[in-house]
Design a protein around this ligand. Structure first.
Ligand code: RP5
Length: 153
């Protein structure tokens, strides 16, 4: 997308992309400009810090962080930005994503992150668009239309 991104999607590995493509697709469906980056909290800590700490000045309003196993990416991102962070726990081969889920949802008081379901990529996009909608009526209207369509069945 050519517009300034409002939502940043970050994931810990290229291997997360297969799931997170659905997140980007949902944002695109809502017309939300977004960017996608792969940056690992433990393999590329400086890349994560630089990306997160420059997010506000680059125009981002919401961050979606996806990771698996000991999934500290969202918490590390939250440490470096005042923006809201939505985390997506990746399903894992050993523990089915419970490891990722607990790593994200049990953030200590003071540095919260929101957390959607295991592999809940689309819900992360919907929630991010809802957050944008609190101050940008066009996105609130798109969510309202989406919910109306859901209700139609
Ligand atoms: C995390 O470890 C990633 O978010 C990914 O979900 C998991 C496995 O990564 P790879 O070994 O596939 O790169 O860092």
């Amino acid at each position: 997308m050519s517009e300034t991104p409002l939502v940043g999607i970050v994931m810990g590995s290229q291997s997360d992309m297969a799931v997170m493509e659905a997140c980007a697709a949902q944002l695109a469906e809502f017309g939300v400009p977004h960017e996608v980056v792969v940056a690992s909290a433990h393999r590329q800590p400086e890349k994560v810090r630089a990306w997160a700490s420059s997010a506000v000045e680059r125009g981002l309003r919401v961050i979606i962080a996806a990771a698996g196993k000991s999934a500290h990416l969202g918490g590390v991102i939250a440490a470096h930005t005042p923006l809201p962070v939505i985390t997506v726990p990746m399903k894992t081969s050993d523990l089915g994503g419970i490891d990722s889920l607990l790593s994200m949802v049990q953030m200590p008081t003071g540095v919260p992150v929101a957390c959607v379901a295991i592999d809940g990529a689309r819900n992360a996009a919907i929630l991010a668009t809802q957050i944008l909608g609190t101050g940008m009526p066009e996105y609130r209207e798109r969510i309202a239309a989406y919910k109306a369509a859901l209700a139609e069945g």
